[in-house]
Design a protein around this ligand. Sequence first.
Ligand SMILES: Nc1ncnc2c1ncn2[C@@H]1O[C@H](COP(=O)(O)OP(=O)(O)OP(=O)(O)O)[C@@H](O)[C@H]1O
Length: 483
Amino acid sequence: MSSSRSLSDASAADVRPPQAPADLWAACVERLAQELPPQQVNTWIRPLQARVTDGGTRVTLAVANRFKLDWVRAQYAGKISAVLQAVAGQPVALELVLTPREVAARPAAGAPAAAALRAVDAAPSRTEALLRPLPEPAAETPQHTHRLNPSLTFSTLVEGSANRMARAAAMHVAASPGQLYNPLFIYGGVGLGKTHLVHAIGNQLLVERPEAKVLYIHAEQFVSDVVKSYQRKTFDAFKQRYHNLDLLLIDDVQFFANKERTQEEFFNAFEALLAKKSHIVMTSDTYPKGLTDIHERLVSRFDSGLTVAIEPPELEMRVAILISKAAAEGTVLPEDVAFFVAKNVRSNVRELEGALRKVLAYARFNQRDISIALAREALKDLLSIQNRQISVENIQKTVADFYKIKVADMYSKKRPANIARPRQIAMYLAKELTQKSLPEIGELFGGRDHTTVLHAVRKIAAERQTHSELNQQLHVLEQTLKG
Ligand SMILES: Nc1ncnc2c1ncn2[C@@H]1O[C@H](COP(=O)(O)OP(=O)(O)OP(=O)(O)O)[C@@H](O)[C@H]1O
């Protein structure tokens, strides 16, 4: 763990003026980013949805699911509290809740929309999650627990070109585990449906073979099980638990990086499971050879079955997902509204879901029909953040950093491919993510003609459809730019 300054020093050392409530969480994340490895911050801290209330003395963090809630509470709640207090300059109560799927209580007609959204964000009825003890690892549980979320099935996963191949492979595994595509390695960016897909495999297998021994586990939980077994000298029980499964679903294996003992135990489990023709499905944020600090013998095994990507969904798929999620909540989402939301929320499906929840709640609490005007109002914070943050200069700098060229090369007349291509990518992103016209973009790229920009935009847009590596890179850049 990189640590410029320990978190426990934070309160004593901080002499800056107290943070305004609105900025408190942003400042806290910034501080945590200096203390924790970027992977942990991006996976566990940044996705938290924060509400700062009571004049900055209470912070409520919403977490997407129960496993993540337990993990954030066990691993990060203490650190977050310490940093909040240091940044705020006063004690701050921290509350962890599950992201609500729907509003617990309906306020009186005419209640202000802001109050409605506060209710959606905070969901006080679910704060009981904070008080629940952490589940013990499966070793201590007498009968087999699969840890599957029953709502994550193939039928609730919208199919599109972004996930077609991964979904087809997953369905094949669920129907005939231990045969083709073993191991199945699914990779893709944040919030694109990897976890959903692996749960769907497990749930489907249990429909057909209820006695099958299935286990879904997040890689960090596996690490924690290894540590506990090591401390308690219970490796026999550990082996018993992992080596006898019919299907092991393991999420985010990039977390094995630098964890030698875990990698060794996973290697043993992997070999034992394959030997008895059990199936292994893994997910990761990158393809096997892109994994860092994982032993070569594991990486080559990860790649020895089938490796498939989940791409960011294209516009039509985002529209289909929105319509299907709204229908699941009993609401008909007009197609033009779905297009409006899908065009403005491009980063990932999790954010798409968040935007939809806001629109539905806003309509419900204001007792208005769902329209583009209403969606624009409901999402005005999100839209203004996007517009404020993304400038062409920002894009040029981010792309230059990403491809390790100089920002000045964005305006220069140099034409070698290692410079020209990032420049075209930056032009494409400028067109996609800002309101600037082609001539304006050309001007900002060293006075280039608008036809040059148009050529770049068309070229990158076309290549994005067929080159999955470029598509992934663009996805990362878009996520970075949108913050
Ligand atoms: N194709 C889809 N159809 C319906 N829902 C989807 C689809 N893809 C993703 N989702 C939903 O989006 C949310 C995020 O998906 P999920 O948690 O599976 O992403 P992930 O790729 O595992 O992300 P992370 O890397 O952050 O764990 C979930 O609520 C999931 O149900």
